[in-house]
Design a protein around this ligand. Structure first.
Ligand SMILES: Cc1cc2nc3c(=O)[nH]c(=O)nc-3n(C[C@H](O)[C@H](O)[C@H](O)COP(=O)(O)OP(=O)(O)OC[C@H]3O[C@@H](n4cnc5c(N)ncnc54)[C@H](O)[C@@H]3O)c2cc1C
Length: 402
């Protein structure tokens, strides 16, 4: 492979699409733990229930500044994204509805994937595949990185220690392999990026690895409720489709935001995003149906999971005075839902001597911690890669002029 990208969330898919739009004709492979693309903008689906579709991460995204990311226009043209048309309200600590709060997640132009949030990454992947094949290896955890002996590339290893592929250039679009918590949470003996940086001995990569390891994040425990047409009747009468909880309301009910989502067969989804404090208290309890939990081999905890689902369900009913009777609940625990500042300085996002780069919402800059940041960081890295690649044609990268 000329380029391997770890992660097929917004940033990984956007990087592949941005490179193709710039005329990059080298081979690209995206490696992703999940069943498909999307990451934190994925839509939860069910093999047994084809109409089931719930956005279990971001329900929308906002572009807060101009010029907008270049990828937005082809995504709009292809019908992969559409303006977010839902009504946004707030709920205060006394249970009163009010106007939308000026929040970082809802300023500027509001967009959603079409028809569901996973349209965003499906669209980006389709742009990445328009002129050249771009391969997606889903259900694949990259567990270890090893510098090739010529110092100009990488070998990637999977969950069982099996070699996955060799590549000239490597991009990490998530922070998992740099996060020291992987030692405690998954019992890994070392932090994979730190080990690779030590082996490589490149001062810039060592700095990048340390900066990524220092990034902290807030978690979110999400309740995904599916309501039949009858159970959803009162919910559908609500004036809002997205409800933000004020700080007082978050403290009282442990909920940060609620979204109402229509499904194709008349069912409705209610997605409850917990407050950071609630998620912190229940950090050890993950959603057993998440593919990441399955691939990463976390042990199921049915009782603890049922308790968290019950607690969020009860808080929702209390806060809104609406019944969830007849609903089916699932839990999705995002251990790292939002990175905390300062993030990775952009000057460390490409280490040309080591042929490795970084993109994603944890790169400092406009849109940090949001979809906008994931898109912008990917576009910026594509530009840098193209520049460096043009200077290093001999190393196997084939870059055509725009
Ligand atoms: C509950 C929730 C609500 C949100 N709401 C909003 C919102 O309203 N507006 C907004 O703009 N943003 C929102 N966000 C944030 C937004 O979803 C993220 O900023 C954005 O999706 C980040 O994209 P990314 O590609 O940087 O990271 P990710 O989407 O996390 O992608 C990284 C991918 O890499 C994969 N991966 C990581 N390590 C490995 C490995 N070793 N091997 C293989 N694959 C790997 C992961 O599985 C993942 O798919 C929300 C997030 C959450 C969790």
């Amino acid at each position: 492979m000329d380029l391997a990208v770890i992660g097929a969330g917004t940033a990984g898919c956007a990087l592949a699409a941005a490179l193709r739009l710039r005329g990059w004709s080298g081979s690209i492979t995206l490696l992703e733990i999940g069943r498909g693309t999307g990451g934190r903008t994925a839509t939860r689906r069910s093999r047994r229930d084809p109409s089931f579709a719930l956005n279990h991460g971001a329900p929308l995204f906002n572009i807060s500044a101009n010029p907008e990311p270049r990828l937005l226009e082809p995504l709009r043209q292809g019908g992969w994204i559409a303006p977010f048309k839902g009504a946004i309200y707030s709920l205060d600590g006394d249970g009163r509805l009010g106007a939308a709060l000026p929040a970082p997640l809802s300023s500027g132009a509001l967009w959603q994937g079409s028809p569901h949030m996973d349209g965003l990454c499906r669209g980006l992947l389709s742009l990445a595949q328009q002129n050249q094949p771009t391969r997606l290896m889903s259900g694949t955890l990259v567990r270890q990185l090893e510098p090739l002996t010529d110092g100009k590339g990488w070998r990637l290893y999977g969950s069982e220690g099996q070699p996955l592929l060799d590549c000239h250039w490597l991009v990490l679009s998530g922070t998992l392999l740099a996060d020291p918590r992987c030692q405690g949470v998954f019992g890994w003996s070392e932090v994979p990026l730190q080990r690779a940086a030590d082996q490589r001995g490149d001062p810039q990569l060592l700095q990048a690895s340390a900066a990524l390891a220092a990034i902290k994040s807030t978690a979110s425990s999400n309740l995904l409720l599916s309501l039949g047409e009858v159970s959803a009747a009162a919910w559908r009468l609500q004036p809002w489709s997205l409800l933000q909880f004020t700080p007082d309301a978050q403290e009282r009910w442990g909920i940060r935001r609620v979204s109402l989502q229509a499904m194709a067969d008349g069912r409705w989804g209610v997605v409850v995003e917990s407050s950071a404090a609630f998620a912190e208290r229940h950090l050890q309890v993950h959603g057993s149906r998440s593919s990441a939990a399955q691939v990463l081999g976390a042990a199921p905890q049915p009782q603890a999971e049922a308790q968290v689902i019950k607690a969020l369900d009860q808080a929702l009913q209390d806060a809104l005075n609406l019944s969830t009777a007849g609903g089916e609940g699932q839990l999705m625990r995002w251990g790292a839902a939002f990175p905390k500042e300062p993030g990775l300085p952009p000057k460390l996002s490409l280490c040309p001597d080591s042929h490795i780069g970084f993109c994603g919402d944890a790169i400092a800059g406009l849109g940090f911690g949001r979809v906008e940041g994931a898109l912008r960081s990917a576009e910026a890295l594509a530009e840098q890669l193209q520049k460096v690649g043009a200077e290093q044609l001999h190393s196997g990268i084939n870059v055509q002029p725009n």
